[in-house]
Design a binder for this molecule. Structure first.
Ligand code: ADP
Ligand code: MG
Length: 483
């Protein structure tokens, strides 16, 4: 259900549409051969094209086209056989061309859709309006000199995919889920690394409010929102601001606002320009782009299994809950790790150990799964020992801790420390008898109706056997002997 928020005049609905800029993974820029590697020295990766030297001509990088098509397919979207690069004209110090080469009314990818996962386990479809290719701008540096600004053109001309959503998103939670899912899909596809801290994925968030059932309200576009958390905070702030304005009898201006992550507020940057302000026109240096169906089909044939498919397969093939499946598919590496653990073993048990034990301890240690001291094969070995009753679930936790600390195999630890479960009924029976004999008062109390004492007896037997007695046999024998 869409989240509604309260105002003085009743409930309000927040409507959101996002424009996400995702930097394309490619070795060179969209129209030049300069490198795209992150972290290089300033202006070390700038070709004559990127610096807009007179007479330079852009040459389209086929790899970027392939990545855009790949992404479009991953967004279940229409791939357009013909698209057109257009000049979007504006002046800015970090834009030496005086225009950005983008796509306007004929983008390479048209309508699509993705499924988002909400915290309550439900899913929702969000429409994708379009995806187009465009150049990134350079970067102005204002903190290098007391009175001067500098420009770094390393990023100038890098390929971006702008992915525009329909205004289908309702509230901060859905916005976070959308951004997370989109990032997951891009990472699975290998078309964008999704690292928001490095700026390779950035979101413009369009926010408006309305009374449920009303027509769409006037939106404000919030720029510079660079983390999932900031997206949520910006929406909360912006919705409240707009509701206050309307409830005070005012109207919301259609404008571009900037998110200030320190003050946790949005502030006006400029009134929103309209498309005609940019004087878009087809770039005369570039022919219309034609992609053939064969090219599209070839890319389609190499698509990996995507997050939603994987999630549904994990649910049906392994019998996992929607929640467990969505945790496991969050990263491809994690999903692969789980499948290795589960291979030929109890999958639900495997999911449980990966999610609750392994991810739990890694998280506590600030480590990623790739840094895990326990390999998937090793964790699988532990699960196998639990399933065939070599060790109990309780002992398994100790073995797991030892594996994590030492990197040793479960079998070796069990052998070394003599942790094998005792399933010899005779041996357990002797301990049960001894425990009963040593606690006549409790036996009498239990038999007099204090059922809760059963746990006491189990605990005593486990203590005597250092936790190694098979719990099912212990229970059975105690029930029999205590009557
Ligand atoms: P522009 O490129 O000028 O920002 P677009 O028409 O491409 O404008 O829309 C940009 C984004 O704004 C889209 O994601 C769209 O879903 C969203 N949007 C449009 N109208 C609204 C609205 N009333 N409230 C919230 N988002 C909106
Ligand atoms: Mg916009």
């Amino acid at each position: 259900m869409a989240q509604l928020i309260k105002g003085e005049t009743g409930d309000w609905e927040i409507v959101i549409g996002m424009e996400v800029h995702a930097q394309v993974i490619a070795n060179s820029k969209l129209f030049s051969g300069a490198s795209t590697e992150f972290g290089a020295e300033q202006n070390a990766q700038v070709s004559m094209v990127d610096a807009a030297m007179p007479g330079m001509l852009p040459v389209l990088n086929e790899k970027c086209v392939e990545q855009a098509v790949r992404t479009g397919l991953g967004l279940n979207a229409q791939i357009n056989n013909t698209s057109v690069f257009a000049r979007k004209n504006y002046f800015y110090a970090d834009l030496p061309q005086g225009y950005q080469i983008s796509q306007y009314d004929q983008p390479i990818v048209g309508e699509g859709k993705i499924e988002i996962d909400l915290p309550d386990g439900s899913t929702k479809e969000i429409g994708i309006t379009r995806l187009h290719l465009e150049q990134d701008a350079g970067k102005s540096l204002h903190d290098q000199h007391p009175t001067k600004s500098f420009v770094d053109l390393n990023r100038s001309g890098c390929a971006l995919m702008e992915i525009v959503s329909e205004p289908d998103i309702r509230g901060p939670e859905e916005a976070a889920a959308y951004l997370s899912k989109l990032r997951m899909i891009l990472r699975y596809l290998g078309t964008c690394d999704g690292n928001m801290e490095e700026g390779s994925m950035r979101a413009d968030v369009n926010v408006s409010v309305r009374k449920p059932g009303d027509a769409l309200g006037t939106r404000a576009e919030v720029k510079n929102v660079n983390s999932v958390k900031a997206v949520q905070q910006a929406i909360e702030y912006e919705a409240r601001r707009q509701i206050d304005i309307i409830e005070d009898g005012g109207t919301v201006d259609q404008e571009t606002r900037l998110w200030d992550p320190n003050k946790l507020e949005t502030r006006s940057m400029r009134s929103k320009e309209d498309a005609h302000d940019y004087r878009y026109f087809p770039d005369p240096d570039l022919l219309p782009l034609h992609v053939e169906n064969k090219f599209i089909e070839e890319i389609k044939a190499t698509l990996p299994e995507l997050p939603d498919e994987k999630k549904h397969r994990f649910m049906s093939a392994y019998g996992l809950s929607a929640y467990d499946a969505s945790v496991l598919i969050a990263e491809k590496y994690r999903a692969d790790y789980f499948e290795t653990v589960a291979n030929g073993r109890d999958a639900k048990l495997a999911a449980n150990w990966v999610i609750n034990e392994l991810l739990g301890i890694l998280n506590k240690d600030g480590k990623t799964l790739k840094e895990s001291p326990i390999t998937a094969e090793q964790l699988g070995g532990l699960i196998a020992l639990i399933s065939d009753n070599t060790i109990s679930g309780k002992i398994a936790k100790d073995v797991f801790a030892e594996m994590y600390a030492s990197g040793k195999d479960a079998g070796a630890i069990v052998e070394e420390k003599g942790l094998k479960q005792v399933t010899d009924t005779g041996a357990i029976e002797a301990v049960v008898d001894a425990v009963i004999a040593a606690n006549p008062d409790n036996v009498a109390a239990y038999q007099g109706g204090k059922d809760k004492l059963f746990g006491f007896f189990v605990g005593q037997v486990m203590k005597e056997t250092q936790g190694k007695a098979n719990p099912a046999i212990v229970n059975e024998l105690l029930k029999k002997k205590l009557g």
